[in-house]
Design a protein around this ligand. Sequence first.
Ligand SMILES: *Cc1c(COP(=O)(O)O)cnc(C)c1O
Length: 217
Amino acid sequence: MSLEEITARIRAAESAANRASGSVTLIAVSKVQPNERVEAILRKGQRCFGENRVQEAAGKWPTFRETFENIDLHLIGPLQTNKVRQAFGLCQSIHSVDRPKLANAIARVAQEEGHCPDLFIQINTGEEDQKAGVMPGDADGFVAECTKLDLPIKGLMCIPPVDEEPSLHFALLAKIAARNGLSGLSMGMSGDFESAIAQGATHVRVGSAIFGARDYS
Ligand SMILES: *Cc1c(COP(=O)(O)O)cnc(C)c1O
C-alpha cells in the first residue's frame, strides 16, 4: 500500500472518530527495510520514522540525516541501559520505557546531557511472559516513579497479543493513560491502526503496510 493511501486511511479514521485532522502522527516503521525503500518514503516527504534497535538506527539514520532535514526518529523496541546515551543521540522519542532500572538510567543521562527525548511507557496489556512492558497493575505506580524522576512522559505504548482482539487492549491502554493524566497513546500497527485511532491513538506505528513485508533472511 502506498504512503498516500495509508495517510488517507488515517485521515478517514480521525474523521470517523470525530477527531481533528492531523491529530494522529504516523510513525513509519523502517526496521529491517532496505535503504532504497526508506529513501523512497523520505522523498515523498515522510519525516517521522520508527526503529526497534539502537544499533540498526545508528547504522542508517545519521547518513539519511545528511540528506534529509527534520527527521523525527522514534525508538519503539527494547532499550538496554548501556545504550541509553546512544539512543539520546539518535532518537527524539523512546516508546519502550518499561522498568525502574531503565527509567533511572534515562534520568541520569538526561541530567548529564541536559535534554531528554519524549518518553512513552510500554504497558504489557496482555500480561504476556515473553513481552516487554509494565504489567497493567503496576502501571500507576511506575508512572508515579517516572514523574518523581522528572522524566518527560508523553504517554503509553502497547503491542497487543497477536491472537486477541486488539481493540480491548487499546481501550485498556487509553483507560490507564486517562487516569494518569497522560495524553499520548502509541498504539496501532499495519493490521489495526484504524481501530487504534477509534480508541484514541495519537501515534500509530505502521511498517509493512507502507514498506512491504520485512525480509529477515
Ligand atoms: C515492527 C513493529 C511495528 C510495525 O509492525 P507492522 O505490522 O509492520 O506495521 C510496530 N510496533 C512495533 C513495536 C514494532 O516492533
